[in-house]
Ligand binder design. Structure first.
Ligand SMILES: [Zn+2]
Ligand SMILES: [Zn+2]
Length: 187
């Protein structure tokens, strides 16, 4: 019984690597340098690579005895929101990728789990899952516009940067409390 369903990878997909011109002889090397559009949802909730943005692949494909080792870097822009002040973050990201993809029906294929070692489908490698993992691990779950971002005043929601140093909210005089209640319902 074949362990694999027939290849569902499209060799022309941006993040599919075609190894047909890489000899299956340990030590054989190919480099892949290309710019591809980023897939959707590449990142975490607060910060991610915009869909369709240029991803720069700078990869080395090396034949090893049981498969192909892919290593190198992928870089691209990231956009998000500061977790403290919600200001826009415009940054860039470079992740290191290093992943072994086992040949179908190799010993590695037979003896390891697919989440331990990647799998080739015929001569094709789907880089996307490894890239997603690397990007998610690299991006902060709580990104900041700058490391010491002071955030927003919890009372008025204005950025502390834009408030005078002595900014504070006086306790409302109890005699005015009713009025401030009225204002609130008008909002
Ligand atoms: Zn901020
Ligand atoms: Zn305030």
């Amino acid at each position: 019984m074949p362990k694999h369903s027939p290849s569902s990878l499209d060799p022309r997909a941006p993040l599919v690597l075609d190894t047909r011109d890489l000899p299956r002889r340990p030590g054989a090397l190919r480099t892949v340098k290309r710019v591809v559009p980023a897939p959707a949802d590449l990142g975490v909730e607060m910060i991610s690579v915009p869909e369709g943005a240029d991803l720069d692949l700078d990869l080395r494909l090396e034949s090893v005895s049981e498969g192909v080792l892919v290593s190198g870097t992928v870089s691209g822009p990231v956009r998000g929101e500061c977790g403290r002040c919600l200001r826009e973050i415009d940054d860039s990201l470079t992740v290191n990728v290093q992943e072994l993809y086992a040949y179908e029906n190799s010993t590695t294929d037979e003896t390891t789990d697919e989440d331990e070692v990647g799998r080739m489908q015929d001569d094709l490698i789907d880089l996307e899952p490894a890239l997603r993992d690397a990007v998610v691990l690299t991006l902060p779950t709580n990104p900041l516009c700058r490391e010491d971002c002071p955030g927003l005043c919890p009372e008025c929601g204005v950025h502390w940067d834009d408030l005078p140093a002595d900014h504070s909210h006086q306790q409302i005089d109890p005699r005015w409390a009713g009025l401030s209640q009225l204002n609130r319902t008008e909002e």
